[in-house]
Design a protein around this ligand. Structure first.
Ligand code: NAP
Length: 257
């Protein structure tokens, strides 16, 4: 039996990872801030799939929360075989409309927590000679898209660089770059979604299936849909100014603060 730890497991993409990994027979460590929701999820996954689901309440915008999850990842008596660094959010507004405290909170969750949790997991995985780490970034990493895109670009660069440094160790690292997925993300960030064309929306369960297949193949970067592979290919050829005009508007309609 193997164990997977998922941050941001209670909603959206993280919940899709939890459903799929439980269905595949993995025990789970479920991480988010809302304990009641985590407990409900753990009971449901245990009852449906017969796996052990541990609840770990942690706020990854706080040192204490990051350290609690890192300590679980360092536990050599009950090792974690697969880490999904998925927790994340968008701030409510464009650059300079968002407070510096909120910008720094996003960097803490998207970058610092990902660095510290990846390192805690990779160290123990390297000792054991096996393990997998998926860091959820975004296609926003490849286009001009505010500080959110910048934080996700860090996730991609960090993950691919670390994967190279750990090549041959048995530890696989992969950056996962989804396009738009219907989750709680946009509502939480106060973003209107009516200017996002229907064909751009991805299904979370299909996305997770493709991501896990890409990890098994040893990919260090997963853009899990042909539509977005084509779009990202086109984006590379487009003048940066034109690209920024399109990508910084689509799906970034903010309501009242
Ligand atoms: N949806 C998209 O279109 C899209 C596209 C590309 C990439 N992504 C990325 O995919 C990841 C998951 O997003 P999603 O769309 O699934 O979002 P979501 O539906 O809003 O779910 C976010 C999850 O993260 C947890 N979370 C948020 N802040 C946290 C914190 N400070 N500490 C611990 N847990 C926290 C939430 O639970 P609690 O509130 O209980 O903590 C929830 O379980 C994010 O990294 C996001 O940037 C999303």
């Amino acid at each position: 039996m193997t164990t997977a730890l998922i941050t941001g497991s209670t909603a959206g993409i993280g919940a899709a990872f939890a459903r799929r990994l439980a269905a595949d027979g993995h025990d789970l460590v479920l991480v988010a801030r809302d304990t009641a929701r985590l407990r409900e999820q753990a009971t449901e996954l245990h009852d449906r799939h017969g796996v052990e689901a541990e609840v770990l309440t942690a706020d990854l915008a706080e040192d204490e929360g990051i350290e609690a999850v890192a300590a679980r990842l360092r536990d050599r008596r009950d090792p974690v075989d697969l880490l999904i660094n998925n927790a994340g959010f968008g701030n409510k507004g464009r650059y300079l409309d968002v407070s510096m405290a909120d910008e720094l909170r996003m960097l803490k969750v998207h970058c610092e927590a990902v660095l510290r949790l990846t390192s805690a997991a990779a160290e123990t995985m390297r000792e054991r000679g096996r393990g997998g780490i998926v860091n959820v970034a975004s296609v926003a990493a490849f286009v001009p898209r505010g500080t959110y895109g910048a934080s996700k670009a860090w996730v991609v660069q960090f993950t691919q660089g670390a994967a190279r440094d750990l090549a041959g160790s048995g530890v696989r690292l992969m950056a996962l770059c989804p396009g738009f997925v219907r989750t709680e993300f946009h509502q939480r960030a106060g973003m209107g979604t009516d200017n996002i064309p229907g064909w751009m929306w991805l299904d979370a369960d299909k996305l997770v299936a493709t991501a896990l297949a890409d990890l098994a193949r040893g990919r260090t970067l997963s853009i899990p849909d042909p539509r977005y592979k084509v779009l990202m290919g086109a984006a590379k050829l487009m003048p940066r100014g034109v690209l920024g005009g399109i990508t910084s508007r689509t799906g970034r309609k903010y309501g009242p603060q």
